[in-house]
Design a protein around this ligand. Structure first.
Ligand SMILES: C[S@@+](CC[C@H](N)C(=O)[O-])C[C@H]1O[C@@H](n2cnc3c(N)ncnc32)[C@H](O)[C@@H]1O
Length: 383
């Protein structure tokens, strides 16, 4: 084993803990690692890949490693258990251990998953969430067809498959460097999980219609909603975070989308859009419990208190967003959570409180092994 790489894994883990205890308590692991590698430019791509992989794995298995590691539970001690040999892995099958321990999940989160899915499914889902994630692409159909990109990538010996559920998706079977591909630079493809594509595809906006992406973030869903509108009608992107919205502007432009407007909260156009939208999408902040594979550190930040705060925030956001839906318009509520509290229970609450009904049965996908993340999505309209 390469001692320098091991030292970097430990140093990265310790520095991330320090950063989170300091000014950036919610710093995600992927962003932290990107910055870590920028500050350590001498590490080559093989070093980076190895350090990333091990850092992610240590976060994934932190709970089980703590169970098997003598106190104190420092990263150095956990790493000793992890790297010494592979014996700790056999404990993932030890059914004498509490389920959450062998699945390496915090007790509170596992109990919530059990409450929503039942014990057997909660174990299965936890195990899937402990796998490394795959990369999915979305083809920008305003610029090119999925078939063409598929053939280009195959010709470049990229191991790629077409996604079954999303009409514009591709799945990469192994890690690939995408940022240098001309197809990426030209805005033909973007990285986007299939689950995220399916949420956006629930907004079935036709050319000429008006859509408000109320929690647009950096525009992931709008980028997918807009192409079938063929630049006719309008997509409005709103979010409370300006930094994310600026990123969305760059992405929409690169994608060749022209019928959009960015609306930060104080924008004077916002009040004028009330009751005018054919579609409003609420891609709500949530526990992200269906997407833990991408940031396994998130599971250790979970608490029921945080869950209740998300639930309250989702209700507030939904109520604010609903004001923009026209009488015969539709509102799509989505999360990347597998918890009923954020999904089916919320939809029941929305329907009762606001006199809505489900336009079609909600989509509720659990995370799939070598497949998409878990998500929930419900389309509602007024009675
Ligand atoms: C799940 S993320 C959205 C991701 C985005 N739709 C995408 O596909 O890239 C949730 C977003 O809700 C935003 N948000 C939080 N509170 C909000 C509020 N009161 N009104 C609108 N957006 C809000 C957050 O800033 C965050 O960007």
């Amino acid at each position: 084993m390469n001692a320098t790489r091991v030292r970097h894994v430990e140093s990265a883990l310790i520095r991330l803990d320090q950063a989170r205890r300091g000014e950036t308590p919610n710093l995600p692991l992927d962003l932290f690692l990107r910055r870590y590698f920028q500050a350590h430019k001498f590490l080559d791509s093989a070093d980076r890949a190895w350090i990333s992989e091990k850092t992610y794995e240590l976060y994934r298995w932190r709970g089980l490693l703590d169970h098997l590691t003598p106190q104190p539970h420092s990263w150095a001690n956990r790493m000793r258990t992890f790297f010494l040999n592979d014996r700790w892995r056999s404990q993932t099958q030890n059914d004498k251990l509490p389920h959450n321990v062998r699945c390496s999940f915090p007790k509170e989160l596992f109990a919530r998953m059990e409450g929503s899915l039942g014990t057997k499914a909660a174990i299965k889902v936890s195990n899937v969430l402990n796998e490394p994630p795959l990369t999915f692409l979305r083809v920008n159909t305003l610029k090119i067809s999925r078939d063409k990109v598929f053939s280009f990538l195959l010709a470049k010996s990229v191991a790629v498959e077409k996604t079954v559920s999303s009409k514009s998706g591709l799945m990469l079977s192994s890690k690939q460097k995408l940022l240098d591909l001309p197809e990426y630079k030209l805005g033909y493809i973007e990285i986007q999980d299939e689950s995220s594509q399916l949420i956006a595809q629930q907004v079935d906006a036709k050319p000429g219609q008006h859509v408000l992406d109320f929690c647009a973030g950096s525009g992931g869903k709008s980028l997918c909603v807009a192409p079938p509108m063929l630049n006719r009608g309008h997509v409005y992107l709103h979010d409370t975070r300006d930094t994310k919205l600026s990123k969305s502007r760059r992405r929409m432009r690169k994608a060749g989308i022209t019928n959009y407007t960015i609306l930060p909260p104080s924008h004077p156009l916002l009040p004028k859009l009330r009751a005018k939208m054919d579609w409003v999408l609420v891609d709500a902040p949530c526990s992200q419990s269906g997407a833990i594979r991408r940031n396994p550190d998130m599971k250790w930040a979970y608490s029921d208190d945080r869950l209740w705060r998300w639930v309250a925030q989702q209700r507030e956001i939904f109520e604010a967003a609903l004001k923009y839906v026209k009488d015969d318009g539709k509102i799509v509520y989505a999360t990347c959570s597998v918890l009923d509290e954020e999904n089916a229970q919320q939809v029941r609450f929305f329907c009762e409180k606001f006199g809505l009904y489900l336009s079609r049965p909600p989509l509720h996908a659990l995370p799939q092994s070598r497949g998409m993340d878990g998500f929930f999505c419900a389309t509602m309209e007024r009675r």
